[in-house]
Design a protein around this ligand. Structure first.
Ligand SMILES: Cc1ncc(COP(=O)(O)O)c(C=O)c1O
Ligand SMILES: N[C@@H](CCOP(=O)(O)O)C(=O)O
Length: 398
């Protein structure tokens, strides 16, 4: 069933629907399989390890073997910050971000529905991922991107995988409004995270964290929040495993937003159930430059239900955390991803996160997604002749 999260209205799994016809709220797919966790043993380490929890025909999936991403224990950084730290490296997915988990389910669903054209609005990663999975499935793909605000690597991916790329004079929120209107006219199948099947794939991040920790919950999961689908999906997945009896405790879901694009943090601080959009969201972390997150209701619920927290970080804090993670632990992430590390640092400093907590930070996209920001943050290479004496002189400078 597809179910409205606000009024509970139910819809058939075969219906193409993005919001509730009764009350206009957002939807979710209900999923309560009756399985033992032993069925997962000896399966390949992709998100399809948990196929019983996915609402599509497992015999006909469109996959690039997404999921099963590294779960790195980060002792050096953990010690520096005073917590037991694990980093879930979503940049290791096939197109370099967590979106692949959602697109694998979303495109499989598109094939089941028999649609011919898929589309999305994107700050970059959704379009890169959709373009790749649409190519694999042989579907036409249309993506709307905010002009001048998409990191180079992501743009290259969308173009190279053959998507029809439209550069919108406007921001992500305006692009999403436009493409949603087109989807409602039936001109394309929308694969942004307002599509509840997208989130079914992304909930597997929660499954993997629990599995990686030996069927236990961490104390806290921290992640960047933009359109707010991922935090909602992970909380849904964690609850499904909890209800299935695979684990005892639940984590505190902690969302981090950039200071210039923080409607969810503001809603949590003001104890509101919904957001007031940021009209002109701005941040160097272009992936989370979003003012009107479509899954805000779900995200606020996830944070409140889990006794979690929401915090903002500045662009400077994001860039410094990006470098800290790269240089302390060798994990290269794009700026938005580093918001989780920046957030952890801030929350430890202000006492919100207890020393010795077991914390999982999700880093959502690969460093190479945004090469320009990475290069701008570094000292330029020194140019020298191919001469051993000159090389020795430089090395001796230390
Ligand atoms: C790299 C990266 N991190 C974080 C986010 C935010 O995720 P969500 O929109 O699901 O909150 C996005 C895009 O949405 C992203 O591309
Ligand atoms: N950062 C996202 C924004 C769109 O999010 P979605 O999860 O709703 O598709 C992107 O990569 O485009």
């Amino acid at each position: 069933m597809i179910k409205c999260i606000t009024c509970g209205a139910e819809y058939d799994l075969g219906e193409i629907i993005y919001t509730c016809k009764e009350c206009g709220s957002i939807l979710e797919v209900t999923c309560e399989p009756d399985v033992s966790k032993d069925v997962f043993n000896c399966r390949k380490s992709t998100m399809w390890k948990y196929k019983e929890f996915m609402p599509v025909d497992p015999a006909r999936i469109v996959t690039l073997e997404e999921g099963g991403t590294p779960f790195c224990k980060c002792d050096k950084l953990g010690e520096e910050l005073g917590v037991e730290l694990y980093v879930k490296v979503e940049g290791s997915n096939p197109t370099g971000s967590f979106k692949d988990r959602g697109m694998s389910v979303g495109i499989t669903k598109a094939m089941e529905l028999g649609v011919s054209t898929v589309g999305c609005a994107s700050t970059g990663n959704t379009s890169a991922s959709l373009a790749a999975y649409a190519a694999r499935a042989g579907l036409r793909c249309v993506v709307l991107l905010p002009s001048g605000k998409v990191a180079l690597g992501k743009l290259a991916q969308a173009m190279f995988h053959g998507a029809e790329v439209l550069s919108i004079r406007g921001n992500f929120d305006e692009a999403l409004e436009t493409v949603t209107a087109l989807a409602l006219e039936g001109k394309l199948y929308l694969l942004n995270s307002v599509n509840p099947f997208r989130l079914e794939g992304q909930k597997s991040i929660g499954f993997e964290i629990v599995d990686d920790l030996g069927w236990k919950s961490p104390d806290r999961i921290i992640l960047p929040v933009g359109n707010a689908g991922n935090i909602s999906a992970i909380w849904k997945g964690i609850n499904e495993f909890h209800r299935a009896g695979f684990m005892e405790d639940l984590p505190m879901m902690t969302g981090i937003q950039a200071e210039g694009a923080a409607p969810i943090v503001r809603a949590i601080r003001e104890n509101k159930k919904d957001i007031v959009p940021f009209e002109n969201p701005e941040t160097i972390a272009t992936a989370i430059r979003i003012g009107a997150p479509v899954s805000a209701l779900k995200a606020i619920r996830a944070i409140n239900e889990s006794n979690g927290f929401a915090e903002t970080v500045t662009d400077e804090e994001i860039l410094s955390a990006q470098k800290l993670l790269a240089r302390t632990e060798g994990i290269g992430v794009e700026p938005a991803s580093a918001a989780s590390i920046a957030g952890l640092k801030k929350l430890v400093e202000n006492g919100e996160v207890d020393k010795n907590e077991q914390v999982v930070c999700i880093v959502t996209g690969h460093l190479l997604k945004d090469p320009n920001t990475a290069i701008d943050a570094c000292v330029k290479p020194v140019e020298i002749d191919a001469d051993i004496n000159e090389l020795s002189r430089i090395l001796s400078q230390g």
